[in-house]
Design a protein around this ligand. Structure first.
Ligand code: URA
Length: 237
């Protein structure tokens, strides 16, 4: 298989990040530097990254209820706790997409680079649902309609979304994009500050009663449902 795919399979990085590792010259095959991500390799090829041997390991996917103040990068330069540190696993996991440090809720971690790519690539438009406590709490039907139809953001108009008021001052928003601070910016665009933001669903998976700071490993059936997530549509919303 292609070298970049092999690295993603091995859980070294997402497919895109793996391609960069290769083009940056950090990967060797049988002792020789290789900069072509399409180079054909298999498990007997003696692949190393920064001198460390790469082997294909069993895939894991975990769901974590990210608490506030925890960052969703693999490491934090400011020494803050990371989502990776909250998930007990022998594998080298990394987060699927990002949540802001002050956002809580469902985040997935995996060593399956291909799955991570599938779930985060904008082309696939996997839907994510957020509960947003807004201020001021009175949300007009006009604002909800604007959120549904798309609002002007500095990096372009947001795509059609689902938006409904589920409690006074609480909006449930389902989007298929994942731009930086998108939900916060969408709410600000219709005149509301975000006081609290929680992700309650990622594709077919729900946060449910997972307590903050806790994680659970997904079953094979759940992983299969996730794999089918591109194109999956919530029937209830
Ligand atoms: N939108 C945001 O603004 N923040 C998040 O963490 C996720 C979505």
């Amino acid at each position: 298989m292609r070298l970049a795919k092999f690295l993603a399979h091995a859980g070294v990085a997402s497919r895109r990040a793996a391609e960069r590792l290769v083009t940056d010259g950090r990967v060797r095959v049988a002792g020789r530097p290789v900069t072509d991500p399409a180079r054909d390799v298999d498990e007997s090829s003696d692949v190393t990254v920064d001198g460390r041997a790469v082997t294909i390991e069993p895939r894991e996917v975990h769901a974590l209820h990210k608490p506030e103040g925890v960052v969703s990068t693999a490491e934090d330069t400011h020494g803050r706790p990371t989502v990776v540190g909250l998930v007990p696993s022998e594998r080298r996991l990394y987060p699927v997409g990002r949540l802001d440090a002050d956002t809580t809720g469902l985040i997935l971690l995996t060593n399956d680079g291909e799955l991570a790519e599938l779930l985060t690539h904008p082309r696939h438009g996997v839907q994510k649902t957020y509960r947003v406590r807004v201020d001021p709490p009175m949300v007009s039907e006009r604002s909800l309609r604007a959120l549904r139809e798309g609002v002007e953001l500095e990096d372009g108009r947001s795509s059609p979304a689902e938006a409904r008021l589920v409690a006074p001052g609480v909006v449930e928003l389902t989007i298929r994009e994942g731009r930086k601070r998108q939900v916060r910016r969408m709410c600000e665009a219709v005149g509301h500050d975000v006081r609290a933001l929680q992700r309650t669903a990622f594709g077919p998976l729900y946060l449910e009663r997972l307590p903050p700071g806790e994680s659970r490993r997904l079953s094979a059936a759940e992983v299969e449902r996730l794999r089918a997530a591109p194109g999956w549509k919530n029937q209830g919303g």
